[in-house]
Design a protein around this ligand. Sequence first.
Ligand SMILES: *[C@@H]1O[C@H](CO)[C@@H](O)[C@H](O)[C@H]1NC(C)=O
Ligand SMILES: *[C@@H]1O[C@H](CO)[C@@H](O)[C@H](O)[C@H]1NC(C)=O
Ligand SMILES: *[C@@H]1O[C@H](CO)[C@@H](O)[C@H](O)[C@H]1NC(C)=O
Ligand SMILES: *[C@@H]1O[C@H](CO)[C@@H](O)[C@H](O)[C@H]1NC(C)=O
Ligand SMILES: *[C@@H]1O[C@H](CO)[C@@H](O)[C@H](O)[C@H]1NC(C)=O
Ligand SMILES: *[C@@H]1O[C@H](CO)[C@@H](O)[C@H](O)[C@H]1NC(C)=O
Ligand SMILES: *[C@@H]1O[C@H](CO)[C@@H](O)[C@H](O)[C@H]1NC(C)=O
Ligand SMILES: *[C@@H]1O[C@H](CO)[C@@H](O)[C@H](O)[C@H]1NC(C)=O
Ligand SMILES: *[C@@H]1O[C@H](CO)[C@@H](O)[C@H](O)[C@H]1NC(C)=O
Ligand SMILES: *[C@@H]1O[C@H](CO)[C@@H](O)[C@H](O)[C@H]1NC(C)=O
Ligand SMILES: *[C@@H]1O[C@H](CO)[C@@H](O)[C@H](O)[C@H]1NC(C)=O
Ligand SMILES: *[C@@H]1O[C@H](CO)[C@@H](O)[C@H](O)[C@H]1NC(C)=O
Length: 465
Amino acid sequence: MQSALLLLAAAGAAVAQLATVKEPSRADIAAAAATVVPSSPVSNVEGLAFKRFYQVWLENIDYSNASADANQKYLASKGITLTNFWALAHPSEPNYAAAAAGDMFAMDTDDFIQIPQNISTVVDLLDTKGISWGEYQEHLPYAGFQGFNYSDTAANDYVRKHNPLILYDSVAGNASRAAQIKNFSSLWSDIASNTVPQWGFITPNMTNDAHDTNITFASVWERAFVEKLENSTAFWNETLILLTFDESGHYPIQNKVFSVLLGGAVPKELVGTTDDTFYTHYSTLSTVQANWGLPSLGRWDCHANIFQIVSNKTGYTNYKVDTTNLYLNSSFYGPLSTNTYSNYSSVWPVPLTNNDSCAAGHGILPSVKSTWGGKAPTYNYSSPFPFDTQSHKDINVAFSRNGSTWVSGVNNTILAGVTSNSTSSNSTGSSTSSSSTPTHTGAASVNGASGVLALAAGVAFAFAL
Ligand SMILES: *[C@@H]1O[C@H](CO)[C@@H](O)[C@H](O)[C@H]1NC(C)=O
Ligand SMILES: *[C@@H]1O[C@H](CO)[C@@H](O)[C@H](O)[C@H]1NC(C)=O
Ligand SMILES: *[C@@H]1O[C@H](CO)[C@@H](O)[C@H](O)[C@H]1NC(C)=O
Ligand SMILES: *[C@@H]1O[C@H](CO)[C@@H](O)[C@H](O)[C@H]1NC(C)=O
Ligand SMILES: *[C@@H]1O[C@H](CO)[C@@H](O)[C@H](O)[C@H]1NC(C)=O
Ligand SMILES: *[C@@H]1O[C@H](CO)[C@@H](O)[C@H](O)[C@H]1NC(C)=O
Ligand SMILES: *[C@@H]1O[C@H](CO)[C@@H](O)[C@H](O)[C@H]1NC(C)=O
Ligand SMILES: *[C@@H]1O[C@H](CO)[C@@H](O)[C@H](O)[C@H]1NC(C)=O
Ligand SMILES: *[C@@H]1O[C@H](CO)[C@@H](O)[C@H](O)[C@H]1NC(C)=O
Ligand SMILES: *[C@@H]1O[C@H](CO)[C@@H](O)[C@H](O)[C@H]1NC(C)=O
Ligand SMILES: *[C@@H]1O[C@H](CO)[C@@H](O)[C@H](O)[C@H]1NC(C)=O
Ligand SMILES: *[C@@H]1O[C@H](CO)[C@@H](O)[C@H](O)[C@H]1NC(C)=O
């Protein structure tokens, strides 16, 4: 026990080793908690629309239930309601993983998962400009704890599956990075000492996040939490906070989640408004990239729609999506899939390495290029989404572009009635896409092609390579 803990304090390598201990003993945890010092680097890098970006994720609530809750309505009245924000899969863990690295690598469980060192995350992007970052996980027993769960009672409390960055060895295996994954006590002390990071991810425990309670309980908690943040003028000022949910509560339905943007960075004239642009959890990456001029990870973040609060300042045009047949409620074939499909793939998907249009024209992270360059990318950007299945059935949903609108279809056929080639389709969806010469660099690579682009079998194969 003692040697492991001394190593933990001394070297990143030891941290990586500890990660394989799913449930460290209480004595090991107590000893580590007594020695590990949380780290709070400070930076002040200006951004186009905000100086800090924070996400707070609740759990497993259908859009209709969340939008009907009185405290969610109250919070929405203080900011911008995102009416078309989508989660990406079920169960929880792939959604959290996706928000950190632009892919879920076909994860379809909440298991103890470690994602290899050569997969880059938002941390590597922020590091290119020295932008400070941190996570605040309620009741994490000490900074950088890598166990599967932690609780002082018989009830669920802290869980690894809701901690996005701990899943990545490139973060968890680096002691100085792991020390920036902290608990809620650190949040309040960082606010008090003016050492909050510029990028933050906040995970309440399994009671407060609705997982083991319900939307009423979690919304009471969330409103009080947000009001406490608002009371800290220094924190609130110039901060954009995304309140969202990891996924819908029911698996077979469309995986849309109620989401609100608030904080001091929301312009006064937009308070109480709605934004109907199509977003996903990947939009949190593309928005941060556009705000601070950061490169892309070359994965599904590459062309993800950017929150209007930022895209409006860049002239970037978000694409529109016909969501009639969109579900985004299942993962796909890949290395973390536990499905026994015949085309299960053990290969880690290869990111784009030569696409300058990613990240609204900021290109690809240099270390992604050097690690993965020269290999054929797995990603098929004839589609802006992960290849998907409907309702956990083997019905392939593909995406293709019809004019300026992305449409979903089944088995390489655009569903009848989903869309038409009428030019009026340009005026639906995003209110930013009025330009007849799209400046949307992401769409540029697909604008040239028309009609049905995404071949269902082809995309499935791309992931199975
Ligand atoms: C962690 O999870 C395991 C298996 O799911 C369970 O048996 C155990 O009681 C949990 N421990 C804590 C501290 O929550
Ligand atoms: C979750 O955190 C709250 C404090 O925010 C605490 O009252 C509650 O007991 C915690 N849940 C568990 C299961 O420990
Ligand atoms: C560990 O993290 C620090 C801070 O992000 C970074 O500067 C350093 O390069 C990382 N070390 C390795 C070996 O990745
Ligand atoms: C919501 O959860 C809380 C805490 O578990 C519980 O007291 C309350 O009865 C629940 N409400 C409903 C409507 O289930
Ligand atoms: C915010 O500050 C006001 C005024 O000091 C206080 O009355 C209120 O209780 C505070 N709210 C929270 C949630 O801390
Ligand atoms: C917010 O920050 C800006 C820029 O630093 C400053 O000019 C302004 O006074 C601050 N507002 C408040 C309410 O602190
Ligand atoms: C949502 O609301 C419906 C209707 O009241 C209810 O049946 C369902 O259980 C609720 N739960 C979730 C998780 O959304
Ligand atoms: C973005 O620009 C559009 C068109 O001018 C406007 O309607 C919308 O309110 C703006 N949205 C944000 C979030 O700035
Ligand atoms: C990335 O790591 C995985 C797992 O160790 C390995 O299979 C793969 O070959 C590596 N890819 C590259 C390009 O380094
Ligand atoms: C609709 O969008 C397409 C592609 O972006 C463009 O070529 C066309 O001119 C637009 N039509 C109208 C009526 O704006
Ligand atoms: C799509 O193709 C699969 C495999 O060929 C088939 O089982 C399924 O029924 C098809 N779905 C539709 C809606 O045609
Ligand atoms: C829409 O455009 C595609 C590609 O040009 C064409 O194949 C298809 O027939 C058109 N559909 C309709 C309903 O006009």
